[in-house]
Design a binder for this molecule. Structure first.
Ligand code: CO
Length: 438
């Protein structure tokens, strides 16, 4: 049997205290629920648990503009109403509202991904987990889709201090537009996103979007239709990832594990079970490349907690029972009190032909390129800063494309899918135990 990976788990217990707005689908509390379940399965004792340093404004301005970070630092729910112009400028709205403690929440989420990257850089861990990260829609000077600070971008920038080539893999149901955009013009980061495409937030991620300039062919998009199930997902994820990893030979990988691609998600339209979702994690792990794992979307909170708990076990090579252990929120996992989910009977609009065609297009894009790009030019920190300058909006071609994307953007669909949980999702903030007669 192969040696188990050294896993570090980054967690700040305050993360569960932040609250976007009543009925807002993004609930930071889900990270605390996941943590509680991870603890109840006794997984914390099998890894190094660290409270990450909170990201500072100067950590953030490595990617974001000073003005945007200053705005986030000063924004409070009290002054937000009177700042309409700034709210518009920074895309603050019902999707991505100002809430109490917003900046601290961003510091925790981003601090976790930066600390996780540092652990991999220092070789003190093979795998680093930050379930509070993965906020992949945040832009350089703009909030988007419940995301404010681009923790994945900041984590990857940290990894680039040590590694020449970093791969970003995104299995959230939404396109990983923020991370793709940040590294769209460089070959030092290969971004790969599997997502629902077509009349769906953020409207980007067409299979023909492959990067620009030096970054051409170093962005990969796998657009999918409603109803993706475990078998369909595996049938495209594994061959695509094998080919890309063998071709690009990344020295570190950031895997964004958005759980809104699970069946029954409040905003999602896929039909993955937790086993199907976790199979992606297991597959990426099998390459033995330093791995930073983050959370992401996920709006049926009890399933998010289940999913990230199971994936923590997979990363630890631990088997855990389908019978949920006693935990603070056990009452919310009824009526079955099981870890795993069953898929639904929804139609799968991804035919074998459709998936084969997409895969062919992805393989075509990289067919005529050399293997791993040469990176001798990128050997010092000045050049790391240059990398982000390259992706600045001074390039006309990129600028035009971004403008187009902006007009196409649709809002995240709040409350599109009403699920009867037998309780109000906001109620889930408080411990709930199963009925005693159960
Ligand atoms: Co998402």
């Amino acid at each position: 049997m192969s040696k188990k990976s050294r896993v570090v788990y980054l967690y700040d217990e305050d993360v569960g205290n932040y609250y976007y707005a009543p009925n807002h689908p993004m609930k930071p509390h889900r990270v605390r629920m996941a943590h509680n379940l991870i603890m109840s399965y006794d997984l914390l004792s099998k890894m190094r648990v660290l409270r990450p340093k909170r990201a500072t404004p100067s950590d953030m301005t490595r990617f974001h503009t000073d003005e945007y970070i200053q705005f986030l630092q000063l924004a409070t729910s009290d002054n937000s109403q009177s700042q309409q112009t700034l709210n518009e400028k920074f895309n603050i709205n019902d999707d991505s509202p100002v809430f109490d403690g917003l900046f601290e929440f961003c510091q925790i989420s981003a601090g976790g991904s930066i600390s996780a990257a540092q652990e991999l850089n220092d070789k003190t861990a093979d795998i680093a987990i930050n379930w509070a990260g993965g906020l992949h829609h945040a832009k350089k000077a703009e909030a988007s889709g419940f995301c404010y600070i681009a923790d994945c971008v900041l984590g990857i920038l940290k990894l680039l201090e040590r590694y020449d080539r970093v791969m970003y893999i995104d299995i959230d149901i939404h396109h990983g537009d923020g991370v793709e955009e940040a590294f769209y013009t460089t070959d030092r980061v290969l971004t790969v996103s599997f997502h629902k495409y077509g009349d769906f937030f953020p409207s980007t991620g067409h299979v023909d979007d492959i990067g620009l300039g030096k970054g051409k062919h170093y962005a990969v998009n796998v657009p999918l239709n409603d109803g993706m199930d475990d078998l369909s997902f595996e049938s495209i994820f594994q061959p695509v990832m094998r080919r890309l990893i063998e071709w690009y030979r990344p020295q570190a990988i950031l895997l964004q594990c958005g759980a809104d691609s699970l069946t029954g998600d409040r905003l999602g339209v896929f039909n993955l079970t937790i086993r199907g979702h976790a199979k992606c994690v297991e597959y990426v792990k099998s390459f033995g490349i330093p791995l930073l794992v983050t959370g992401g979307g996920g709006y049926t909170v009890r399933n998010v907690a289940r999913c990230w708990t199971y994936e923590t076990a997979v990363l630890l090579d631990e088997e855990i029972s389908d019978e949920l252990p006693y935990n603070d929120y056990l009452g919310y996992y009824g009526p079955d009190y099981k870890l795993h989910l069953l898929s639904s009977n929804m139609d799968n609009y991804n035919s074998k032909e459709y998936l084969a065609n997409i895969q062919e297009k992805v393989f075509d894009s990289i067919r005529h390129l050399p293997c791993a790009p040469s990176v001798q030019l990128w050997s010092n920190d000045n050049n790391l800063e240059k990398l982000l300058e390259d992706s600045d909006e001074s390039d006309d071609e990129i600028y035009d494309e971004r403008l187009c994307n902006k007009y196409l953007r649709t809002k995240m669909k709040l409350n599109t899918l009403k699920i009867d949980n037998g309780y109000d999702e906001d109620e889930i903030l408080f411990p709930k135990h199963p009925p005693y007669n159960k």
